[in-house]
Design a protein around this ligand. Structure first.
Ligand SMILES: Cc1ncc(COP(=O)(O)O)c(C=O)c1O
Length: 393
């Protein structure tokens, strides 16, 4: 079949690899040890510990792997339930379903698209063991309320901070609140090494189990530190170490985290100046306690037809804008392995109406202008916000 789409002029995302990443990569090769756990891995972990305040950070091959590690560390199994949003990536739920535990989906706040505190409270049963938050778009969840809810019901708080690097809630880094948290360094993320992630362990009692789990369930880390004379199988675990090659690229990116976030924030702000006051679309809501990291600029339309037509129109002009999650409780596996707590109307609305605009640190002024033009021309050709004055980019 022939593809009649015009060439892509503005991709959805484009990683920004520079000198630091290349130098670290060469250094890793020259060192001759490319298995995980080497010098580059340790530097990444130390930097992340310093930046987040986490007790211990373990870098992993993906955020998915880090989420699976949380389920293993909690020794969850059949009969256990974990409350989470359904407006999230499959890995958030898969991690627990793999252990035989049940993901219980609760609705989101319609403004932030993060788990709603009252909906989470209503989903608690005697089988609930943990609440897994997702900080959508790097905008923090209501942390004080969730910490209090978990304390009240003796639940473990976990954070899927896949999109949260560099962001904070009331001045405290996302990923540093829960007993454990997970970052993603996938291709689409603010800081990336292609595929990668990190487990942040904040509760000291999970540090040793997490080290065992990452190293195939063994105490090999103790052995490498000279603390035991041989290593052995201690707990259920798997191969969750990131290769030194990827760790090297990650180290370069982590050193540039502030620069990369600053550049993204500039583009995010330009979008906000153009679209923030329009009536025909909803734009991001940032609570005053949140310091976000410009991971996503998502707009929402009145209905799915308009959203899909807009994505098509932008694609016809070479601009890639992307919807996001499919509501997990409506997917075949979500229905088989999970359970919805209520109807989740805000989740369904977000899944149907949300569109993410292209956003990356190295976006040029021309690319930004093209995104703005393509969205504005769609709105105008549909008779929407025709009287809005659009400032020049
Ligand atoms: C909320 C959330 N959790 C987990 C993941 C999985 O991340 P990874 O691809 O690093 O496994 C993603 C990926 O985009 C995500 O958005």
């Amino acid at each position: 079949m022939q593809n009649s789409d015009p060439p892509i002029r503005v991709p959805f995302c484009r990683p920004d690899y520079g000198r630091e990443e290349r130098d670290a990569f060469e250094e890793a090769i020259a060192g001759g040890r490319l298995e995980g756990g080497g010098a580059q891995t340790k530097q990444c972990e130390t930097l992340l510990e310093k930046n987040t305040g986490a007790e211990r950070v373990l870098i992993t091959p993906s955020c998915t792997a880090a989420l699976e590690m949380t389920a293993l560390a909690l020794e969850l199994g059949p009969g256990d339930e974990v409350i989470m949003p359904a407006f999230t990536f499959v890995s958030t739920a898969n991690a627990f379903a793999l252990r035989g535990a049940v993901p219980v989906f609760a609705d989101i706040d319609p403004l932030t698209l993060n788990l709603d505190v009252a909906a989470a409270r209503a989903a608690i049963t005697p089988r609930t063991r943990a609440i897994m938050l997702v900080h959508y778009a790097g905008v923090g969840c209501e942390m004080e309320a969730f910490l209090a809810l978990c304390a009240e019901h003796n639940l473990v708080l976990l954070e899927d901070a896949a999109q949260g690097i560099g962001a904070a809630w009331n001045g405290k880094a996302l990923g540093s609140f829960g007993a454990m948290a997970a970052f993603s360094f996938h291709h689409t993320k603010n800081v990336t090494c292609g595929e990668g992630g990190a487990l942040l362990v904040n509760a000291p009692n999970f540090v040793r189990p997490a080290e065992f789990i990452r190293d195939k369930g063994t105490d090999r880390a103790d052995f490498l530190r000279g603390q035991v004379s041989k290593y052995e199988w201690r707990v259920l675990g798997s191969s969750y170490l990131l290769s030194e090659l990827a760790a090297a690229v990650l180290l370069g990116q982590l050193k540039r985290e502030e620069e990369l976030t600053r550049a993204r924030l500039k583009i995010w702000q330009i979008y906000e100046e153009h679209f923030g006051r329009l009536n025909s679309i909803r734009t991001p809501h940032i609570p005053t306690a949140a310091r976000h990291n410009a991971h996503i600029y998502a707009i929402r339309f009145a209905n799915q037809e308009l959203r899909d037509a807009c994505a098509k129109h932008m694609r016809s002009l070479g601009v890639i804008a992307a919807p996001h999650y499919v509501a997990l409780h409506l997917t075949p596996a979500g229905q088989k392995y999970g359970r919805a707590s209520g109807e989740l109307p805000h989740t369904i609305d977000a899944a149907q109406t949300l569109l993410r605009l292209p956003l990356y640190s190295a976006m040029s002024a021309d690319e930004t202008a093209l995104v703005i033009e393509s969205l504005t021309s769609f709105l105008h050709s549909n008779g929407l916000d025709t009287d809005a004055i659009t400032p020049a980019p």
